[in-house]
Design a binder for this molecule. Structure first.
Ligand code: UT7
Length: 334
C-alpha cells in the first residue's frame, strides 16, 4: 500500500479473528449449581450456553489465538505491527504487566508500544477509537487491537443474577492505514459516566482497600438497573452517530451490538428499525463476554460469509463504568 504524502490517511478495519474456549457451560449445568432453570435463563436473556476457559488458559492465551487469525486474515507479518492494545477487565495480572505486553511477547512482536485499556464491555470500541486516532495522526501503520476476557475467574457461581450471563472468549482485529475512504472507520463516539460505577463492579483493588473487610471477591451487578440504562443509552447512542453522519438506518449492512442480553438487543433493534437479518446475534452461544463480545460477534458473521469488503457496519456497546460507545465502519478486509 502506498500512502502518498498529500493523501489523507484513514484508519481501516482490515481483519477480524476470534477464539472461544472449548469447554461449554450450558443452562442445564447451571441448574445444578444455582436455583435457576433453562426456561428462565432463555426467556430473560436468550442465552443457551457460554464457554469457559481451562484453569491454565489465561486472558492473554484467548487473545493470542484470536490475534493469530486476525494477523493472517490481514495478510501482514506480525513484525509489521507497530502497537498492541488490549481491552480487558480480567487481565492476567493486576495492573502489571499489561496483558497486551504478554500477548505481544507470545506473538513475537518486539519493541512496540503495548498497553491495556479498562473500559469493561465497551473496551473493544475504546481501543478501536485509540487505534483510529494513532493511525490518522500518521504515527502508526498497523495496530493489533484485542478484546479478551476470562470472566469465569471473577464470576460468583453461587450468584444466579450474574453467573448465568457471563462467559470467556477473545477477539482481535488489525487496524491499518489506508487512503481508501470506502474502507475507512468513518466515525467512533465513546463516553463514560462514573456516577454509575457502583452498579457494575469487579473486586476492589487491594492497593486502596487492603484493610477493608468489604473488599469484594467477585463481580457484582445490579442487573435490572443496568438493563434499563443500557437500553436507553444504546438506543440514544445509535441515533446520535447516525444523525451526526447523515446516515439512515436502512444504509447499515450489519448491526453488531454488545451481546449482553437478547432482550436488550431486541429492544434497541426494534426502536431503530433494524431488520433481524442485519442484526448479528451470538449471545445464545457465548453469553456476555464483555470486551470480547463485539469482535466475537463480528467474527461469527465474517466466518459465515456475511461481511464483505466495503460493507457498512454499526457497532454499539455499553458496560461497567458506565462506559458506552458506537462506531460506523466500512469493512476494509477481504
Ligand atoms: O454487559 C454489561 C451490561 N450488563 C448488562 O447489560 C446486563 C443487564 N441485566 C440483565 O441482563 C438482567 O437484568 C438479568 C438477566 C441479570 C436479570 O433479569 P431481570 O429480568 O432484570 O430480572 P430481575 O433482576 O429483575 O429479577 C426478577 C426475579 C427476581 O425474583 P423476585 O424478586 O421477583 O422474586 C430474581 O431473584 O428473577 C429472579 N432471578 C432469577 N430467577 C431464576 C434473578 N436471576 C434468576 C435466575 N433464575 N438466574
Amino acid at each position: 500500500m502506498g500512502v502518498l504524502q498529500n493523501d489523507k490517511i484513514y484508519a481501516s478495519l482490515k481483519s477480524i479473528g476470534a477464539y472461544a474456549p472449548l469447554k461449554v457451560l450450558n443452562n442445564f449445568d447451571l441448574e445444578q449449581m444455582v436455583e435457576t432453570t433453562d426456561e428462565w435463563i432463555q426467556k430473560r436473556t436468550g442465552i443457551q450456553e457460554r464457554r469457559i476457559a481451562n484453569e491454565d488458559e489465561l486472558t492473554s492465551d484467548l487473545g493470542v489465538k484470536a490475534s493469530l487469525l486476525a494477523i493472517e486474515r490481514a495478510g501482514i507479518d506480525a513484525k509489521e505491527i507497530d502497537a498492541v492494545i488490549c481491552a480487558t477487565l480480567t487481565p492476567d495480572y493486576l495492573c502489571m504487566p499489561a496483558t497486551a505486553c504478554i500477548i505481544a511477547s507470545k506473538l513475537g512482536i518486539k519493541d512496540v508500544m503495548a498497553f491495556d485499556v479498562s473500559a469493561a464491555c465497551s473496551g473493544f470500541i475504546y481501543v478501536m477509537y485509540i487505534a483510529k486516532s494513532l493511525i490518522e495522526s500518521g504515527l502508526h501503520k498497523n495496530i493489533l487491537i484485542v478484546g479478551a476476557e476470562k470472566l469465569s475467574g471473577v464470576v460468583d457461581y453461587n450468584d444466579r443474577g450474574t453467573c448465568i450471563l457471563f462467559g470467556d472468549g477473545g477477539g482481535a482485529a488489525i487496524i491499518s492505514a489506508t487512503t481508501e475512504k470506502k474502507e475507512a472507520i468513518l466515525d467512533i463516539q465513546i463516553s463514560a459516566d462514573g456516577d454509575y460505577a457502583h452498579l457494575l463492579m469487579t473486586p476492589r483493588s487491594r492497593v486502596t482497600h487492603s484493610n477493608d473487610e468489604k473488599t469484594l471477591e467477585y463481580l457484582q451487578m445490579a442487573g435490572n438497573e443496568v438493563f434499563k440504562i443500557a437500553v436507553k443509552t444504546l438506543t440514544n447512542d445509535v441515533i446520535e452517530i447516525l444523525e451526526k453522519n447523515g446516515i439512515q438506518s436502512s444504509q447499515i449492512d450489519h448491526f453488531i451490538p454488545h451481546q449482553a442480553n437478547y432482550r436488550i438487543i431486541e429492544a434497541v433493534r426494534e426502536k431503530l428499525n433494524f431488520p433481524v437479518e442485519k442484526t448479528v446475534l451470538t449471545v445464545q452461544k457465548y453469553g456476555n463476554t464483555s470486551a470480547a463480545s463485539i469482535p466475537m460477534a463480528m467474527n461469527e458473521a465474517y466466518e459465515a460469509g456475511k461481511i464483505k469488503n466495503g460493507d457498512l457496519i454499526l457497532f454499539d456497546t455499553f458496560g461497567g463504568g458506565f462506559t458506552w460507545g458506537s462506531a460506523l465502519v466500512y469493512f476494509g478486509g477481504k
